[in-house]
Design a protein around this ligand. Sequence first.
Ligand SMILES: Cc1cc2nc3c(=O)[nH]c(=O)nc-3n(C[C@H](O)[C@H](O)[C@H](O)COP(=O)(O)OP(=O)(O)OC[C@H]3O[C@@H](n4cnc5c(N)ncnc54)[C@H](O)[C@@H]3O)c2cc1C
Length: 422
Amino acid sequence: MSDDHTARRRFLLQSAAGTAVAAAYALGRPAGAAPREAATRPGGGSLTTRADVLVVGGGTAGVIAAIQAARAGAKTVLVERAGRLGGTTTVGGVAYPGLFHAWGKQVISGIGWELVKRTVAMDRGTLPDFSKPTRQHWRLQVHVNPFLYALLAEESCLQAGVRIVYYEFPLAVAKAPAGWRVECVGPQTRRQIVCRQLIDCTGGADVVGLLRLPRLREGATQPGSLLFKLGDVYRPGREQLQAVYVHGADSSSSVTRTAANLAGRKALLSRLRKSKARLVQMQGETAFRESYRIVGETIITHDDYVSGRRFDDAVCNAFYPIDLHTRTGVRPKPLARGVVPTVGLRALVPKNSRNLLVAGRCVSSDRLANSALRVQASCMAMGQAAGAAAALAAKRKTTPLALPLKNIHQLLRDHGAIVPGA
Ligand SMILES: Cc1cc2nc3c(=O)[nH]c(=O)nc-3n(C[C@H](O)[C@H](O)[C@H](O)COP(=O)(O)OP(=O)(O)OC[C@H]3O[C@@H](n4cnc5c(N)ncnc54)[C@H](O)[C@@H]3O)c2cc1C
């Protein structure tokens, strides 16, 4: 069944299914009566969806990648295993993206910045004064209301024409004549997505893992954190949440994610009992700082990062201190004055792959460089660059690394991004 031709019919069927379920409940009928109209019958056929660009993971980087690809004219599908967009920014509660500015000027702009600014404006919040360089980098992070950010991210995707698929995730990925065939599953749904270009924005390079391409990972990783607020009131967009470290937190599988959530919640409960304060906010999941990174066509090293190396294929800037959390906490190491690191396209391309990109914290980098590259403004900039390269490659029926760099740069600039050196 092709959903390109039957989308409206299925929407009507699904609406009817919703009505039927409600009616069944109202009439006290057994709940089993209605699901016959659900997207896929258990054991039956699966949906087929066709796209130019498939983005897997609708988090910090993935939302921006999808909007960019769709605004560039690519038929874009965004698959997100959760039920809302924003990833660590919203579900994780790390709602203070940084850093868009360095040394008194803006170094990252474009779609991510546009979304952040719109969220702050609609929430009647304020932006920091970016004109004064400071070694206290957190002063330049932007506080966003995570609920509003999720709403506006979703609206922006839909307005750009992105097809959002919630509650599904890829189970298998195979090469197809014109790109990829990605088998996704979700509750009562099986879906094949046939696409030309694939962007892995899962944070932990899950898609790259499914393809058995090499990934990097340390024996001991940075702790994750469960974010919460104890007190009288939580003021989203106006304050940073409290956090408990979750050592060994690992985003790789449902087993390790469950363990991270259980450990985080146990630690929070223990803190709550000791403090006697009220719990007024708790994020739905433990947020992860570190898991897998890809082995790309190039690996950004600590030296590349702290020297502000301008890669010959640079597609965006990045900016943050080296920020490695350990068991004893974190002591950020600021960059030398004037340094603005860059990210090259080859760091977003898994080694020896075609038609495949990554964006976000799984960018190809060594551990120390990654401790800085993983922050949100940089992830958004990488997302936009990956979205632009994928859209152009899909249109020209080629692979991103075969595109003239100047065309990617032009597309990025047309969509408000800052391109290093341009
Ligand atoms: C506690 C903590 C504090 C931090 N502090 C800061 C800070 O002060 N400033 C800052 O800028 N950054 C900070 N960071 C870093 C930053 O928030 C993250 O590194 C960044 O948001 C990661 O973006 P991403 O797009 O790579 O991943 P995410 O935002 O995590 O998005 C990944 C998305 O993919 C989805 N997904 C995962 N696997 C699959 C799958 N198989 N199929 C479908 N969907 C999938 C997830 O549900 C999620 O929505 C912090 C991080 C943490 C954890």
